[in-house]
Design a protein around this ligand. Structure first.
Ligand SMILES: [Zn+2]
Length: 187
């Protein structure tokens, strides 16, 4: 089983930060292969920040200092993608420059850039929102261009995300409007 092999390789430690608690197997998205070569063992802290479920705690990722030297391609890819997300930090840029990825690895690393490069859209609690979610408005909103106020508590079903992570779109009173994500709460 892949999980057992990955756990053996990882010596039952998170392959990013070496934590030994709440470990889980993470399939590296957009991998050219399947199985152990496209899988890493992560703790819950690393996993939730990599997937965007939790907001990124910059300091946690100092652990990549070690992870980038792994001989395991999947680990290098996950480390590289995370460093890209952190590239506003000078130390993260330094680490990326120290990494050597051959052409094939570079392609793999960048395969999810389009999806991964964007900030997740978050509601007032910081919960990541996805297209199709239902949210409630947490305050009255004056909607530009139409003659109604979207009342606090209104449910907006089947939202869509916009290019701007601060905004979502959804239908209120039959009109499709742009809503500031921070004024909503996921139902
Ligand atoms: Zn970890």
């Amino acid at each position: 089983m892949v999980e057992n092999k990955v756990r053996a390789r990882a010596e039952n430690q998170c392959e990013m930060c070496a934590s030994q608690t709440d470990l889980m197997v993470y399939e590296v998205p957009s991998s050219p292969t399947q199985g152990i070569d496209s899988t890493v063992l992560l703790c819950q802290t690393c996993e939730s920040q990599i997937t965007g479920e939790s907001s990124v705690d910059t300091n946690h990722w100092r652990c990549l200092n070690e992870a980038i030297w792994s001989q395991v391609p999947a680990i290098q890819i996950v480390a590289w993608r995370m460093l890209k997300k952190l590239s506003a930090e000078p130390w993260a840029q330094d680490l990326i420059e120290m990494m050597y990825l051959d052409d094939e690895m570079q392609q793999w690393a960048q395969a999810t850039q389009a999806e991964d490069g964007r900030e997740p859209t978050r509601d007032s609690n910081g919960t990541a929102l996805a297209a199709g979610d239902t949210v409630h408005l947490i305050k009255d909103l004056n909607v530009k261009g139409v003659s109604f106020t979207a009342k606090r508590g209104t449910a907006v079903r089947n939202i869509s995300l916009s290019d701007n992570p601060a905004h979502i779109e959804g239908r209120v009173n039959g009109t499709r409007i742009v809503i500031i994500a921070a004024y909503t709460k996921k139902a």
